[in-house]
Every structure is written in structure tokens, then in C-alpha cells.
Design a protein around this ligand. Structure first.
Ligand code: FJE
Ligand code: FE
Length: 291
């Protein structure tokens, strides 16, 4: 490879905070100090223990990617789309012009996962909603020299994920055994980050100091990432990259548009059950109905 490897330019520790109803999230992207990392709006490592959850709420203008780490979450939306995603399963939801749904724990104990919000460009914000779901058993996994990679989106070790990314995105889940090292190409023009799930690792430059779990690492320019596990425990992290959109972002909670006028219109659409929110008028999720 001809270019330079990417180095770590900023580092954030994601501390737990409260979100939804009784839920706890470690938010890295989307917090005050890092409102937006184009095209990424939010990265939450969430933790749900019943009755905590995310009851009926809307989305417009972006995609949500939910990837489970422990336990399971049941989702249901206002079109009748419903399901449960368990450990290692993926839901890639393109909210587009509008989704109203609930996301609630499906079992006892603590459910953990990642939720990433990916922005859509102005010409895609009002597209029809779409789901892409992949059970853990269908997610391709490649193995090489102590490195295991699960290919959620994009390509690694010659394997391409079938997930269609409306905003070009890569999402890879790496596990490195003690002593292992990895190298992964990342398109030069993309923004990319690492989020550490477990263990500790050295990222970017071989001589840099190691970083532990729940840290977000923003990567600088370059054409690939290199990482090393010099510890005696497993290292697990995600590497995510995306093509920057380069458009203004105006966000109001779960609505993400380009202008304040579009946000005002969205709030009006939601209140009046119009322009994609028609089915919200008489819908309540089973999870939040009185039993
Ligand atoms: C939320 C709007 C939302 N992080 N991690 C406003 F859409 C949400 C929300 C979530 C969420 C859901 C899951 Cl399953 C996992 C998440 C935010 O639903 F919390 C606020 N405050
Ligand atoms: Fe949601």
C-alpha cells in the first residue's frame, strides 16, 4: 500500500448517561464535545434492563444501525414490522421519511448493544423506510493469524457484506487474540473511527500507548488502520468508516434534516400524521400498551 496509515487524532471516553426510559448509554458521537462526525450522528453503547427501554418514538432523515452484544431487543414499528434481535444480530434501518417504533428488552437480565446513527444526504432524507436484517449466523466472519473480523458492512479479507449502505459505510467487528495485529484498508476520503468494546489495544502507530474499552478513537487521514494487541487478553473493537456528506445538519432529537424549515415541517408532519407519519395516528406498540 502506498499511502500512510491512519493515526489517532482524538480520543474520548464514553461515560454512562441516561436516555430513553431508564436506559443507560455510553454516548461517544452525538455528545456535546462531538456533535457530528460526518456522516455519523450518534454512537451509543446501550444497556437495557427491563422495564427500561425506548418506547414509541419517531425517526426521520437518517439510518439507525443496531448491533447486539448481549441479550436481545424487540422492536416493532407502526407498519407492523416486528422482530427480536439477539447476540450478534444486526438491524440496519433506513428511517428515511419516517419510522415510529419501540425498542425494548426481550428478556431478563441486561441487554447490551451498539446503536449507530448514519446521516442521509438531502436527496435521500425523504426516501421510503427500509429494513435490512441479518441474523448472527449469516454475518460473514473471516479469520487470519489470530484476527477474527465480522463483516457487518463493507469489505474485509476479500469478503463483501450484502448490506446496502445508502451513505457509503464500512462497519467491521474485530477480535484480536493476545499478540495479534491487524491491518485494514479504509478509503482515503472517508471519516473513520474505532470504538473499543473489550480489552486494550494499540492503534495507529506501533509506538503509541494503549487504549482501553469504551473509548472512541477518531482517525486522521490515511488509507488504512493498523492495530496491535500487546496485552494478555482478547481485544475487541469496531472499525467504522463513512463517506462524508458535507451538508448542513439541523437536528431536533430524532429528526435530522438540513434546515430549520425542514425541521419545523417534520414536527408538523409528525403532529398532523402526514408525509410518512400517517400510520402513527392510531398506532401504539404492544410493548407500551396497557395489559
Ligand atoms: C433516544 C431519540 C431516540 N440511543 N440506543 C431520542 F431515538 C432515542 C433512542 C435511542 C436508542 C435506542 C436503542 Cl435500541 C439503542 C439508542 C438512542 O431510541 F434515546 C432519545 N433520547
Ligand atoms: Fe429508535
Amino acid at each position: 500500500m502506498s499511502g500512510d496509515p491512519r493515526t489517532v487524532v482524538r480520543k474520548f471516553l464514553a461515560r454512562p448517561q441516561h436516555e430513553g426510559v431508564g436506559a443507560v448509554v455510553r454516548r461517544s458521537i452525538g455528545r456535546f464535545e462531538l456533535k457530528y462526525f460526518d456522516p455519523f450522528l450518534v454512537l451509543d453503547e446501550f444497556s437495557l434492563t427491563a422495564p427500561a427501554g425506548f418506547p414509541d418514538h419517531p425517526h426521520r432523515g437518517f439510518e439507525t444501525v443496531t448491533y447486539m452484544l448481549q441479550g436481545s431487543v424487540t422492536h416493532e414499528d407502526f407498519e407492523g414490522h416486528k422482530g427480536t434481535i439477539g447476540v450478534g444480530d444486526l438491524q440496519w434501518m433506513t428511517a428515511g421519511r419516517g419510522i415510529v417504533h419501540s425498542e425494548m428488552p426481550a428478556s431478563h437480565g441486561t441487554q447490551k448493544g451498539l446503536q449507530l446513527w448514519i446521516n442521509l444526504s438531502s436527496r435521500h432524507k425523504m426516501i421510503e423506510p427500509r429494513y435490512q436484517e441479518m441474523a448472527s449466523t449469516n454475518i460473514a466472519e473471516a479469520n487470519e493469524d489470530g484476527v477474527t473480523v465480522r463483516i457487518i458492512a463493507g469489505e474485509s479479507l476479500g469478503i463483501q457484506s450484502p448490506i446496502y449502505t445508502r451513505t457509503p459505510t464500512m462497519f467491521l467487528d474485530f477480535t484480536l487474540e493476545p499478540g495479534a495485529q491487524m491491518q485494514q484498508p479504509v478509503p482515503e476520503s472517508w471519516n473513520a473511527f474505532v470504538y473499543i468494546l473489550e480489552g486494550e489495544g494499540v492503534f495507529g502507530k506501533s509506538r503509541s500507548s494503549s487504549t482501553t474499552a469504551h473509548h472512541l478513537l477518531l482517525l486522521g487521514p490515511g488509507d488504512r488502520l493498523m492495530a496491535w494487541n500487546r496485552s494478555s487478553k482478547m481485544l475487541r473493537f469496531i472499525l467504522v468508516g463513512g463517506e462524508p456528506i458535507g451538508q448542513p445538519v439541523v437536528q431536533w432529537g430524532p429528526f435530522v434534516m438540513n434546515t430549520q424549515e425542514e425541521i419545523d415541517q417534520t414536527i408538523q408532519d409528525f403532529e398532523n400524521f402526514e408525509n410518512g407519519f400517517e400510520k402513527a395516528r392510531f398506532w401504539r406498540s404492544e410493548a407500551t400498551q396497557d395489559h
